[in-house]
Design a protein around this ligand. Sequence first.
Ligand SMILES: Cc1ncc(COP(=O)(O)O)c(C=O)c1O
Length: 437
Amino acid sequence: MKPSTDLNEALMERARRVIPGGVNSPVRAFKAVGGTPRFVKRAQGAYFWDANDQRYIDYIGSWGPMILGHGHPAVLEAVQKAATEGFSFGAPTEREVELAEEILSLVPSMEMVRLVSSGTEAGMTAIRLARGATGRSKIIKFEGCYHGHADALLVKAGSGLATFGNPTSAGVPPEVVQHTLVLEYNNLAQLEEAFALHGKEIAGLIIEPIAGNMNFVRATVEFTRRCRELCTEHGALLIYDEVMTGCRVALGSAQSVYAKHIPGFEPDITVMGKVIGGGMPLAAFGAKRTVMEHLAPLGSVYQAGTLSGNPVATACGLVTLREIKKPGFFEDLSLKTRSLVDGLKAAADAEGVPFSIDCEGGMFGFFLLPELPSNYTQVMKSDSARFNQLFHGLLDRGVYLAPALYEAGFVSAAHTDADISETVAAARDVFREMAPK
Ligand SMILES: Cc1ncc(COP(=O)(O)O)c(C=O)c1O
């Protein structure tokens, strides 16, 4: 057999021998879309280059964190300086305090925050904290929302509201998810019924306010309002998973977007990740002081981490947040995202391809469906073969979108008008190929 000249392919072959599926996180494997994953050699601004030195306009940005684009000079300088001062101490640093203060100033529903290394850790501990603080066991989550891969959250709906979840992963014993109730996103009747049936036992309700793990599905204002009211009425804690939306859809995160429609709206616990670490392993969870004081060493809810508050990661996060706080940053980012979204919609319309698209701040999502979906069942009505055609058509033209139809996209400050025009022109070409003949 002739050896492949595609260096991505050669790397994938090598990777498969030593790493399960060749990747360190499943969606990178291109299983949903087929073809060979691109092995990234380097990245700069809005682009990355693969093993073949092929350039791509990057709309994943490491699945959200790279809001400033790759290799931002201020971030590089801060990270290099921090690295020379020491990689990890396992003892407190001033920078952790600075980052905590910065996060709290941006998301004031939290009065205290704990830094961890991944969104999974933050989500897992938020659940433990809700249970510890309320003395209750049951939690509500929604179908299509992802909160990391903690056992209790790898769950799909049971056969009815009286029955709790079933594991979605081998290795998760049914007993571990027996306290997790899975409901349909945006379904008010189910929400009411669940609280009516189980209200006294519910420790917390965890939700992605804009579900980026269903591509881009907003919780309606009415649904959000009822989540808040029912949690308050029944003494359960409302947990906002803003790992993806945090400092991404707005400086104040998705909760600030909903607070515009629901005066005084605040979740009880917020889970953050991605942007607050600027591309380094850093995440956080926070709440009011009374809730956070349940956490060790003050309280009896245990949580710890060797690399938590890592000095290089905190340097990266801190400078990223200071950049995105600059006047006009979010207005510019939102306009850019909006022009991409409008351009893609116009291109699809011009070619007669059913297409719906939405965005907020620097996050967007689209569906090859005539209307935006509002829950997981509707999202899954997307035709995956057509999505794959669009994905590969764009990839061949140097545009890199998430390799699965249920994943959101991200625009960075480094994307230029020219990048967006190039993307829209490439999409128009692909839509033309996809259009009904
Ligand atoms: C909403 C949400 N929560 C939690 C997580 C888990 O974060 P991590 O991948 O850092 O563990 C993710 C990851 O994409 C996410 O999108």
